[in-house]
Design a protein around this ligand. Structure first.
Ligand code: FAD
Ligand code: DHB
Length: 392
């Protein structure tokens, strides 16, 4: 098989890139190792920056997002049994965010791609990228019980944090910067209407908690837990009791409880692989960088990477210029490092540090007090949360 752009991975990055390239008249093939059912139901992100929503609209993939997405005008911070609201439009000159699950974005993009092309192969596991330095790199993959090859002009690794595309970078050509945080998140999906109108980020001595949602009838909640925690260690009642304790405020508020339908533990990591290109192999999304989810940046970064890439490939296709493609890694990394910094700061400010002392605790509270007391400090958080501009 031959194509212009071989895309490894049918997550949000790979699927959106394929859609954008297809609309720009470039042919591509997407190889996804899992089944359609699996990728459409893997519980992950939910908070979309305005730029992500705009990109999905421009790709003609936002019909359902526009009717079912929940537009949020801010978030609530809770600490010291107090609640503080940050109003994004006031702080950012009109920007908002939208709650729409990653599973739904994937369903929308898969449906469009299966209806309109380009080819999307499920249960097609990429095994290796060969000759990334040459004019026609090759992806070796396994599909329908046999090994096959995809000969490409370009290969884009959108294969997530455990993908194989990165392995084709020669050892001396890539550097990894990373930090593993000493805690994880236990995320649950609950069939109960959210107990809040907008997201709540709570800092508590017992640990961080986040109240998000998926629809007016479904809540999404997260708890900071020690690394190594297993979902089975947390029966539903224990989860609800712990959430209620961490969200507690002085004043009237109750957490609604309901049946928990999914439970998963995610480690908190900050990792960046530089550069994001070697020869004709490029990386996008979690394949190149992972952020702890506190800042809700992972999916949004995956989308901004592929927006830059789609622009670069379109420019090459229509004008023959590789100017943007040659700057892809540098351009994407500017935004990536800002998201790494923001996610790291949010994580450190809101989580109980297992090795922290009373001084660290006071520092966290001082940071939170500054944000709730200073419009300038709140505006800085709001600008990062709603999304920094694309460096194009
Ligand atoms: P992935 O979604 O990981 O997709 C990679 C795809 O490649 C997968 O489908 C995989 O099956 C496939 N693949 C892997 N290896 C191969 C191979 N060898 N051959 C073929 N296919 C392969 N981000 C936000 O922006 N906002 C949030 O609110 C948010 N919340 C989160 C909450 C949690 C609990 C978690 C875990 C993450 C959250 N994120 C959030 C991060 C976000 O989910 C990821 O950053 C996003 O999924 C990255 O998309 P991607 O397409 O780069 O990678
Ligand atoms: C969600 C996840 C996050 O990490 C976050 O910061 C906000 C929302 C979510 O899954 O809805």
């Amino acid at each position: 098989m031959r194509t212009t752009v071989g895309i490894i991975g049918g997550g949000p990055a790979g699927l959106l890139l394929a859609r954008l390239l297809h609309r720009a008249g470039l042919d591509c093939v997407v190889l996804e190792s899992r089944t359609r059912e699996y990728v459409e139901h893997r519980q992950r992100a939910g908070m979309l920056e305005q730029g992500t929503v705009d990109a999905l609209r421009a790709a003609g993939a936002a019909d359902r997002l526009d009717t079912e997405g929940l537009v949020h005008h801010g978030i609530e911070l809770r600490f010291d049994r107090e609640r503080h609201h940050l109003d994004f439009p006031t702080l950012t000159g009109g920007r908002t965010v939208t709650i729409y699950a990653q599973t739904e974005i994937v369903k929308d993009l898969v449906e469009l791609q299966l209806a309109e092309g380009p080819p999307l192969l499920f249960e097609a596991e990429a095994l290796a990228v060969e000759r990334p330095d040459s004019a026609s790199p090759v992806v070796r993959f396994r599909h329908e019980g046999r090994e096959q090859t995809l000969v490409c002009a370009w290969v884009v690794g959108c294969d997530g944090s455990h993908g194989i595309a990165r392995e084709a970078f020669p050892a001396g050509a890539v550097r990894t910067y990373g930090h593993d945080h000493p805690y994880s998140w236990l995320g649950v999906l609950a069939q109960v209407p959210p107990s809040c109108a907008e997201l709540i980020y709570a800092r508590h001595e017992r640990g961080f908690a986040l109240h998000s949602m998926r629809s007016p009838l479904v809540s999404r909640l997260y708890l900071q837990v020690p690394n190594g925690t297993r979902g089975e260690d947390w029966p539903d009642d224990r989860i609800w009791d712990e959430l209620a304790a961490r969200f507690a405020i002085d004043g009237d508020w109750t957490l609604r409880r309901g049946p928990i339908t999914a439970k998963a533990v995610t480690p908190m990591r900050s990792h960046v692989h530089e550069p994001m290109r070697h020869g004709r192999l490029l990386l996008a999304g979690d394949a190149a960088h992972v952020v702890p989810p506190t800042g809700a940046k992972g999916l949004n970064l995956a989308v901004s990477d592929v927006r830059i890439l789609a622009r670069a490939f379109t420019e090459l296709h229509t004008t023959g210029s590789s100017r943007t493609l040659d700057r892809y890694s540098e351009l994407s990394l500017q935004r990536v490092w800002q998201a790494i910094r923001f996610s790291y700061d949010m994580t450190r400010m809101l989580h109980a540090q297992p090795d922290g002392d009373a001084f660290d605790h006071r520092m966290q509270l001082a940071r939170l007090r500054r944000i709730t007391a200073s419009r300038h400090a709140a505006a800085e958080l709001a600008a990062n949360y709603t999304g920094l501009p694309l460096p194009l």
